[in-house]
Write a protein that binds this ligand. Sequence first.
Ligand code: GLY
Ligand code: MN
Ligand code: MN
Length: 434
Amino acid sequence: MNETHYQARRQKLLDSIEEGIIVLSSSPLQTRSNDTEYPYRQNSDFYYLSGFEEANALLVLVKTKEFEKTVLFVEPNSDEFALWNGARLGVEGALKRFLVDEVHSIFEYTNHIKEILREHIALYFDFNDDSNHLKLAQKSAKELRESRGVKRYIRTFHDVTHLTRTMRLIKSFEEIDKIRHAISLTASAHHEAMKRCKNGMQEFELQACMSYVFLSNGAVSEAYGAIVAGGNNANTLHYINNRDVLKEGDLVLIDAACEWELYASDITRTFPVNGKFSDAQREVYEKVLDVQLRIIEAMKPNVKRDWLQRYSEELLCQALIDLGILSGEVNALIEAKAHKKYAPHGIGHWMGLDVHDPCPYVDDRGESLVFCAGMVMTIEPGIYIRADDESVAEKYRGIGVRIEDNILITAEGCENLSSMIAKTVDEIEEMCKS
Ligand code: GLY
Ligand code: MN
Ligand code: MN
């Protein structure tokens, strides 16, 4: 992605408003404990519009009827910081690299912001931004409003994230390339886990072998906390403890994936610890797989996301009836939410700069969005049967299966970006053997 991409996004954002000031902050540094911090991860909206990965920065876009301007505030370089942490880009570096009109030190923001806001009537920002920089902008807007003789002042506040996240819905070729790269490393990691898995291993050993693949191939981070859930642990949806023994005869559900240049992947595979599905495990697995394949087959432009969700619930309900877990008529079971006990989560979510990309799911009238080429969504049906659920045949108890792939909507239909990862029973058993 070169600087013209970010410039084009800023222009598109400015084109979507009549006039006003847009203020977007970088992510804050997060303390882990005492004087240590979590690895820094840039705010996705800020990154989407700036391409800038450093902390303590601000992007300010200005639009009047007469002119437009982009201003970046960054931390200046300092010898002391460079000695401990390495050089920052600094004001000069940022001005050279980014196609913005002005770059100032973040320490000059206090002086600039009142002047920037003067004579403007609308302020766009992230309503969840509780940074001091944003508070200062709001305070300055209030002071201007209360100043004598000022006729034009900030009268309306707007949520900028709705605009940026609507833009983020449709991924460019360059963004899709990054997602593809993340998925290719994640594919290798899942295959490695299938190959290495043995009875008696610890869940965290499989997590470690996947992390090795990510880190040794240059991925900076996982896209989210890895789930490596043996046996009944798979029925805890957000199981991240990963500290149990993988037992002979159990399945293991792995929901783990890496991020590449801030773009996520999000993949789940479920496979037998001993490399061979039992009959009961295969029955449940093939039901979930069949649901997943049918849903992916239905994904194409102009299909409503809400329709896909409903369709997935019908398919999962039917699968549960086929397994003898539910009985009755599909629509009535859905109405009673009977399937939610065994298939509690949604069919998928947008994915991009965030694993759960916070792009809208509905339009301004509250109607479900329809799929368009360039959207990326996970498809992740699951059936979860708790070990202590005596209402289900004993052979199925303790089985939890989820299968998750990352799907790109194309002009003709869709492309499963993660189709290279072993998924059928035969493919998985073959991979486990190798
Ligand atoms: N890994 C998180 C999710 O599947 O949504
Ligand atoms: Mn996942
Ligand atoms: Mn997911």
